[in-house]
Design a protein around this ligand. Structure first.
Ligand SMILES: O=C(O)CCC(=O)C(=O)O
Ligand SMILES: [Fe+2]
Length: 293
């Protein structure tokens, strides 16, 4: 019995040279290395792997950033409810300018390094914080992943500030190396924010953090709006094999609730619309609880 317990879970066979079929998590393939070197991003990959975040300065020109800012502000006016004027969701397809962002070669190099080839756009959302916008608590973006989080990232987020991130502007905060905990922060860790640092950078930069990295943002202490474009990608691996989008609400009427659940129709994922400004927050807690079961 003792022996069996010792062998569970089974570790890699040390006599085998090749441990995995897939590469080591966050390893740098030849092709990623080549493109990273061409783009001047090799050190960023290493930094992201070690620290859980990285900043690429000067990715987008001021005029382009000003245009994005304007678009986010005007599209956020189309949002309904309490997100009106504060956030614009589902930005791809709402203006061609966003296609330029998501196909940016620097962005895609980091995305492929973190979450692999074929990664899926998970969210493209413009967030607006007015003066007085409060502290945004430390959290992880892979919040619906049970712990321990895997060594390979499941998700990466980039944010592009539309104005300089200074301390008073309400910059993003991160806790360097927190991805190594492989779990979300506990309540007391959210409160203490031990080790948190502000991300200070110029507008038009791309700030990346892994789905497992603890982050939030500092309060907005200066006048004017803080406008940020949030771009998240995830690994393709959990995408269902079959797509049942054609089974609409009228088909579902009168069917057992479990069918709705297995088609992903009663969790918060996929609930954003052009007018919602974000996901259906009434479903987030339920989703998180289920995902951690
Ligand atoms: O706006 C920020 O600085 C951080 C927001 C955030 O947590 C996110 O986009 O995942
Ligand atoms: Fe976040």
């Amino acid at each position: 019995m003792k022996e069996i317990i010792k062998e569970f879970p089974p570790g890699p066979d040390k006599s085998l040279k090749r441990k995995y079929i897939s590469p080591e998590p966050l390893s740098i393939s030849k092709s990623i290395r080549n493109s990273a070197e061409k783009l001047g991003l090799y050190d960023h990959l290493i930094f992201l792997r070690n620290e859980g975040y990285c900043i690429i300065e000067n990715v987008f020109k001021d005029r382009f950033v000003a245009e994005i800012r304007k678009k986010i502000i005007s599209l956020a006016e189309e949002s309904e409810g309490d997100f009106k004027g504060l956030s614009a969701a589902m930005l791809l397809g709402r203006d061609p300018i966003f296609e330029e962002v998501v196909t940016n070669s620097k962005l895609l190099n980091i995305v492929e390094f973190a979450v692999g080839k074929g990664a899926l756009l998970s969210q493209l959302l413009g967030g607006i914080r007015p003066q007085g916008g409060g502290n945004f608590d430390i959290h992880i973006d892979s919040a619906w992943t049970p712990a321990p989080l895997p060594d390979y990232p499941l998700m990466i987020t980039a944010c592009m500030p539309c104005e300089d991130f200074t301390l008073k502007a309400g910059p993003t905060k991160v806790i360097p190396k927190s991805h190594l905990y492989k779990r979300q922060p506990y309540k007391d860790e959210v409160k203490s924010e031990d080790g948190a640092i502000p991300i200070l950078c110029k507008k038009g930069s791309l700030v990346f953090w892994l789905g497992s990295t603890w982050h939030g943002n500092y309060p907005r202490l200066k006048k004017g709006k803080r406008v940020v474009l949030h771009i998240s990608f995830s690994r393709l691996m959990m995408r269902p094999i079959e797509n049942y989008d054609h089974l609409n609400d009228s088909w579902l009427k009168g069917k057992p609730k479990s069918i709705k659940t297995m088609l992903g129709r009663d969790d918060f994922l996929g609930t954003s619309t052009k007018f919602s400004g974000g996901t259906d927050r009434s479903k987030t807690i339920k989703t998180f609880n289920r995902s951690h079961s």
